[in-house]
Ligand binder design. Structure first.
Ligand code: 13P
Length: 250
């Protein structure tokens, strides 16, 4: 199934300070206001920038998102940020279960599923990430790993809500390597099956974003693959010209 409106989301990870709002974000915003994108566009800066980015965008053509949230609404969780706090700061979406959080913070599927519930409770659009490691792909396990992550990381509450899945092969993140278009098509088709297995009809509508070394040179081909409903962009989303080129390829 082809998604008509693609979703292009930038994940700034732990990059970005105030100067980038006056620079890259102002440039992106001016371009998108002058020439509206056919894609739905999101940017997920570090938590420290969410409120200021949301103020600059001020309801304009970029949806601001967080990169993680805690399950709890508030409490004694030093360093934690809740889904409700993201909303309070002006976010409308949140990336959950990114492989960097799975690897660095030991996040497992069951926790990601709970975080999805927290995001939905607060009214955020969850972007749920899955993807195999290189060792898993080389062992022929890419499809089964992604299927298991989807079955474990989704949440019943997603049916009928605005959300997206993101397939990000761990070995393609920040490496300049990408799967072949056939490999992307294979996983996205399997991901759709798993979403439907998990959520029944509720698994049909959400776009499946591809993420991992998306750049202005490969975006158009990747976005044309069946069941690629958009892109989750890391490094290239930090530069206005690159991110805009990817948006225009959608
Ligand atoms: P890169 O685009 O830098 O490979 O990062 C992808 C990613 O992890 C987005 O969430």
């Amino acid at each position: 199934m082809k998604q008509s409106v693609k979703m292009i989301v930038g994940n700034w990870k732990m990059n970005g300070v105030a100067a980038d709002l006056a620079g890259a974000v102002a440039e992106m915003l001016a371009d998108l206001q002058q020439n509206p994108a056919s894609a739905r566009v999101g940017l997920c800066p570090p938590a420290t920038l969410i409120e200021r980015m949301a103020r600059i965008i001020d309801g304009g053509p970029i949806m601001v998102g967080g990169q993680d949230c805690r399950v709890e609404q508030k409490g004694a969780y030093t360093g934690g940020v809740s889904a409700e706090m993201l909303v309070d700061a002006g976010a409308r979406a949140v990336i959950l279960g990114h492989s960097e959080r799975r690897q660095e913070f030991g996040e497992i599927d069951a926790l990601v599923s709970q975080k999805v519930g927290a995001a939905l409770r607060a009214g955020l659009t969850p972007i749920v990430c899955v993807g195999e490691t290189l060792a898993q792909r080389e062992a022929g396990q890419a499809v089964s790993v992604v299927r298991d992550q989807i079955l474990g990381s989704l949440n019943d509450g997603l049916a009928g809500r605005d959300w997206a899945l993101a397939y990000e092969p761990v070995w393609a993140i920040g490496t300049g390597l990408t799967p072949t278009l056939d490999q992307i098509a294979e996983i996205h088709a399997a991901a759709r099956d798993a979403m439907i297995e998990r959520l029944r009809e509720g698994g049909r509508a959400a776009p499946i974003l591809y993420g991992g070394s998306v750049n202005p040179g490969n975006a158009r081909d990747i976005l044309a693959v069946d069941e690629v409903g958009g892109a989750l962009v890391g490094g290239a989303s930090l530069k206005a010209a690159d991110f805009l080129a990817i948006i225009r390829a959608a």
